[in-house]
Design a protein around this ligand. Structure first.
Ligand SMILES: Cc1cc2nc3c(=O)[nH]c(=O)nc-3n(C[C@H](O)[C@H](O)[C@H](O)COP(=O)(O)O)c2cc1C
Length: 241
């Protein structure tokens, strides 16, 4: 009888040990499941990295660096209105600023025979005569391969409220190649602003896309280049070219 009681106590003791071992094991497996959220948390982190990478890739492809940009300009030195005799033309200064900001190539329109006087009064007479005759003065040099460019800035001084006639020579000779391209007009002037450069360009190159133009005071090009550069860069920053 005593033996039976001892065996019963022994069995109960063994049973107690087994129950407590099972309890420990299940507690251990729930600690393991706590590690699952840690693993899950790391997934969004990876996603964040990859979405940052995606954003960087997108920025690269839409950046202006991917566009091929050209600046075509006409500009005169010599005696100019309000600034006296200059050795660096007003429009040339703006053209170079645009090229610096955009990484563009430059092409200067130069007359074949430079018949333009270096004194202001005489120059205005010659320019007026060309306008009256609707002349198309020839320009020198080889035109760059315009087909290779996506966007072309085109600038000149306002002459008698219009583009200088030599610019129409360039537009008309190249209108076909300029079709579908983004053209961005700019002027330097002494009061007339853009003088309808954009509208006149649109009617001469009707298949081109004309973006918002920019007008800069010629005098500022010589005497206030910091503000000219600031205005030029602000204008370029909001252009979609
Ligand atoms: C022939 C001629 C005509 C001009 N006509 C105008 C005009 O109609 N309106 C205006 O605001 N400025 C006029 N100007 C001033 C020029 O547009 C201005 O001085 C310009 O910045 C000159 O640029 P450039 O140095 O690049 O040639 C004229 C200048 C010249 C020489």
């Amino acid at each position: 009888m005593k033996k039976d009681i001892r065996r019963g106590i022994y069995l109960l003791f063994i049973l107690g040990i087994l129950i407590s071992m099972t309890a420990c094991r299940s507690a251990g497996s729930s600690a393991g499941s706590q590690s699952t959220p840690e693993t899950t948390e790391s997934e969004p982190e990876q996603k964040e990295e990859s979405s940052e990478e995606e954003a960087a890739e997108t920025t690269d492809t839409v950046g202006t660096e991917s566009s091929q940009v050209l600046v075509v300009f006409f500009s005169r030195t010599g005696e100019q209105y309000t600034v006296g005799v200059i050795d660096h033309g007003n429009t040339a200064i703006v053209a170079e600023m645009i090229a610096e900001e955009t990484g563009a190539d430059l092409f200067e329109i130069l007359p074949v025979d430079d018949h333009y006087p270096m004194t202001y009064a005489e120059l205005t007479d010659v320019a007026k005569q060309e306008q009256n005759e609707n002349a198309r003065p020839a320009y020198a040099g080889e035109t760059p391969d315009l087909a290779a460019y996506d966007a072309i800035f085109i600038g000149a001084p306002v002459w008698w409220g219009d583009w200088p006639m030599i610019m129409y020579t360039f537009f008309e000779e190249n209108a076909e190649t300029l079709a579908g391209k983004k053209l961005i007009p700019f002027s330097t002037h002494e009061g007339s602003g853009l003088s309808g450069f954009d509208k006149k360009l649109a009617s001469t190159c009707p298949e081109s896309i004309i973006l918002e133009g920019m007008a800069i005071r010629g005098n500022d090009c010589q005497n206030d280049q910091d503000s000219v550069r600031e205005n030029v860069n602000e204008w370029i920053a909001q252009l979609e070219y």
